[in-house]
Design a protein around this ligand. Structure first.
Ligand SMILES: Cc1ncc(COP(=O)(O)O)c(C=O)c1O
Length: 362
């Protein structure tokens, strides 16, 4: 085979080959993907099975799932003309980027943040501009404002993954009102925080809000997310969405989820309480710096090599996320908040790791 066999590929792909990566050893305690630790009750699963049993599986779902979209709109409190549904919110991020990004255009992201934004930005050939968070992991509004000038897209995750930090609504409106760039606000962890940019989508054409059912709604395995935008902008974003992207099973499950939202989200308060408990214990270590979080995970730095701490915990059956390759986080790990007994197992395994792994010099 000649050396240039793959010369048809976009040049930038050689730096990001393989795409999104995740190291997932088998561990009984799984606290690495910010999932809801509580699965659906079997009675609700049964209800989904029954609804899907009567559907025609040989037929495509509706070309435009208008009834379903209206139900989601009602649930969220916006107009149906503002909603686009997707196979997870990541799919809609992809669709938005496909509509806006191309070589010669800029994508602004804060760092550290969810790694997919930069990856997708590069796939579309955009220049990715990083705006670092402040030393206490807060958004640098002046820095974002400066970088946004002349940019095509600015992505703000609020709460941000992996830091748990949030943007003030007034800061966000200031940015959106003063810039021509599209602001994509990723609210995957909205339910743990409670503040949203949704209202801005009624007024501004340059803001998109992404939400997911993967976290608080405990529906990660079924893949469902949606975007909310101004009714004038939404049809443009719809052009890049694949037809039939939400399957009949997922639609049935999401309908049941919305009807039983109180049950499915019933553990949110417990998860938030557990988050504060975990944070308190982490703060008790002089050699650990833990950051306050408005999501269902906590970021912390130790004076030990993060990879060794991660390995030590895996050996004790506890899987958390090593985020030490993220910009500015060379000593950091992220733990998702699980059930109380899982959080206890995490704290115990960490205690052990802090004994087993020696501190690293400065
Ligand atoms: C900030 C952020 N956005 C989106 C997602 C994924 O959303 P979905 O499952 O809807 O694609 C995640 C998952 O970890 C995330 O952290």
């Amino acid at each position: 085979m000649s050396e240039n066999t793959l010369s048809f590929l976009k040049r930038q792909l050689k730096d990001i080959v393989g795409g999104y990566k995740l190291d997932v050893p088998e561990c009984p305690i799984k606290l690495n993907q910010n999932e809801n630790p509580y699965d659906w009750p079997s009675s609700l699963k049964q209800e989904v099975f029954e609804r899907v049993r009567d559907e025609a599986w040989n037929r495509y779902p509706p070309f435009v799932p208008a009834d379903f979209t209206s139900q989601v709109a009602r649930h969220v409190g916006v107009e149906p003309s503002q909603i686009l549904v997707g196979n997870g919110s990541n799919e809609l991020m992809y669709a938005v980027f496909a509509c806006v990004l191309e070589p010669g255009r800029k994508l602004v992201i804060t760092q550290p943040t969810f790694t997919l934004y930069s990856l997708l930005g590069k796939v579309f050939g955009a220049e990715v501009v990083d705006v670092p968070l402040t030393s206490d992991m807060q958004f640098d509004i002046a820095g974002i404002e400066k970088a946004a000038q002349g940019a095509s897209v600015v992505v703000i995750a609020s709460p941000n993954n992996p830091t748990g930090s949030v943007i003030e609504p007034t800061d966000l409106e200031h940015l959106v009102a003063g810039n021509a760039a599209l602001f994509v606000v990723d609210e995957a962890y909205f339910d743990f925080h409670g503040e949203s940019a949704l209202e801005l989508t009624r007024t501004y054409r340059n803001v998109v809000v992404l939400r997911t059912f993967s976290k608080a709604f405990a529906t990660a395995g079924l893949r469902f997310g949606f975007m909310v935008a101004h009714p004038d902008a939404l049809p443009f974003f719809a052009t890049a969405k694949l037809p039939y992207n939400v399957n009949i099973f997922t639609m049935a499950a999401v309908e049941v989820a919305m009807e039983h939202a109180v049950t499915l989200k019933g553990r949110l308060e417990e998860i938030k309480r557990e988050r504060e408990r975990v944070l308190r214990v982490l703060k008790g270590y002089p050699s650990i710096r833990a950051f306050p979080s408005r999501a269902n995970f906590v970021l912390f730095e130790t004076d030990r090599p993060a990879r060794k701490v991660w390995h030590s915990m895996v050996r004790r059956g506890v899987l958390i996320r090593d985020v030490s390759s993220y910009p500015g986080l060379s000593r950091a790990l992220r733990v998702s908040i699980g059930r109380p007994e899982e959080n206890d197992a995490f704290l115990k395994a960490l205690e052990y790791a802090m004994v087993e792994v020696a501190p690293e010099g400065p």
